[in-house]
Design a protein around this ligand. Structure first.
Ligand SMILES: *Cc1c(COP(=O)(O)O)cnc(C)c1O
Length: 354
């Protein structure tokens, strides 16, 4: 695109071994930058060699956390083509989240164009091994050097790319989850519905304490009654209780996940009863006692579906189903990844060739 300037890197890094990619450690040769100021609005979109940013130590993001990000993947199909999955939703979500943080939003169509162009430039970095992908991390930060508390007047948008390994390299192993009754991730009216780094900072301590106790992640309860299920780790939460699939409604403290929406859409197409309704720990304990807690799983771009085999609440252990990955979890995982890698037909217009 003529209005995205391209400054090629003088040297290219060797491509990593696809067997040991891990997550988010390796970055490609180029990154995308754009700037905002009051006079010019968003301007100066450019693809430049990957490298450190230069920030004033007084930059507002470093003090007051005016920041949000996105998480997207590009997939290489068996035909060698590179595709993005529902990325327009990520661009719309970033614009909505920016408004909540008093950051001037980027036009979602232009953001999609910038991402597509960067991935096109770096397409050799999209790995080929099964389950691998190119992770895309767009980020918006306040750069104005000013210590007064108000929305900044200058911002930078950047996008970096990282080839990532298969999330389930060793097969899908359902995880044990700690139901968190002390710490909260987000309160309604706060930033919970925004992909703000601040939410992640708020979540770290609970995650560390859960890990020390032998649990993979925490299940977050609401901030007021500590009773209503919200999210699991950094994923949206689904439960299959009897024949109903339940996911907590988007009430302002829960992120509107692209994978959540994809799962709801597919489940409804398959004729499953899906309810976006509040679900409490009491209801789940009773369902467990009746033998009707059949599946619990998280949804998110990184893992797609993360099955849960056990919930621990105040020392009480609730084993989910037979402790193995459930039937709907499996079908969702196979279908979503099948579409992403071009193995299943894209009948819903979810893919975009790069
Ligand atoms: C990113 C994120 C999700 C998952 O969203 P996807 O669009 O499906 O990747 C869920 N919860 C939180 C808190 C998140 O930050």
């Amino acid at each position: 695109m003529s209005h995205i300037q391209f400054v090629p890197a003088a040297t290219r890094k060797p491509k990593p071994d696809e067997g040991g990619l891990g997550f988010g450690r390796i970055f490609t040769d180029h990154m995308l930058l754009a700037d905002y100021d009051v006079d010019k609005g968003w301007h100066g979109a450019r693809i430049v060699p990957y490298g450190p940013l230069s920030l004033d130590p007084a930059a507002a993001v470093l003090h007051y956390g005016q920041e949000l990000f996105e998480g997207i993947k590009a997939f290489r199909g068996g035909d060698g083509k590179v595709r993005l999955f529902r990325t327009e939703k990520n661009c719309e979500r970033m614009a909505a989240g920016a408004a909540r943080l008093c950051i001037p939003p980027i036009d979602p169509a232009f953001m999609l164009e910038m991402i597509t162009e960067l991935v096109r430039v770096e397409q050799d970095w999209v790995p080929r091994a099964p389950g691998t992908a190119l992770y895309i991390r767009p980020t918006l930060i306040a750069t104005e050097p000013f210590l007064g508390v108000r929305p900044a007047k200058t911002y930078t948008f950047f996008v970096v790319l990282s080839p990532v390994g298969a999330y389930y390299a060793e097969g899908i192993d359902p995880v044990r989850i700690w139901v968190e009754a002390k710490y909260v991730r987000a309160a309604r009216g706060g930033l919970g519905a925004v992909k703000a780094g601040a939410n992640y900072a708020a979540s770290l301590l609970a995650g560390e304490e859960a890990k020390k106790k032998g649990y993979a992640q925490v299940l977050w309860l609401d901030a007021i009654e500590h009773r209503w299920f919200e999210e699991v780790g950094t994923m949206n939460l689904f439960l299959r209780i009897g024949d109903e699939v339940v996911t907590p409604p988007l009430g302002g403290s829960i992120l509107d996940g692209v994978t959540r929406d994809t799962a709801i859409t597919l489940l409804r197409e398959w004729g499953a009863k899906v309810s976006e309704r509040p679900v409490s720990i009491d209801e789940v304990r009773e369902a467990h006692a009746r033998g009707e807690l059949r599946e619990v799983f998280g949804t998110g771009t990184a893992a797609v579906i993360s099955p849960v085999k056990e919930l621990c609440y105040h020392g009480e252990s609730l084993v989910v189903g037979d402790g193995k990955m459930g039937e709907l979890s499996r079908r969702l995982y196979d279908t979503i990844t099948g579409i992403q890698y071009g193995k299943l037909p894209d009948t819903r217009g979810w893919l975009r060739a790069v």
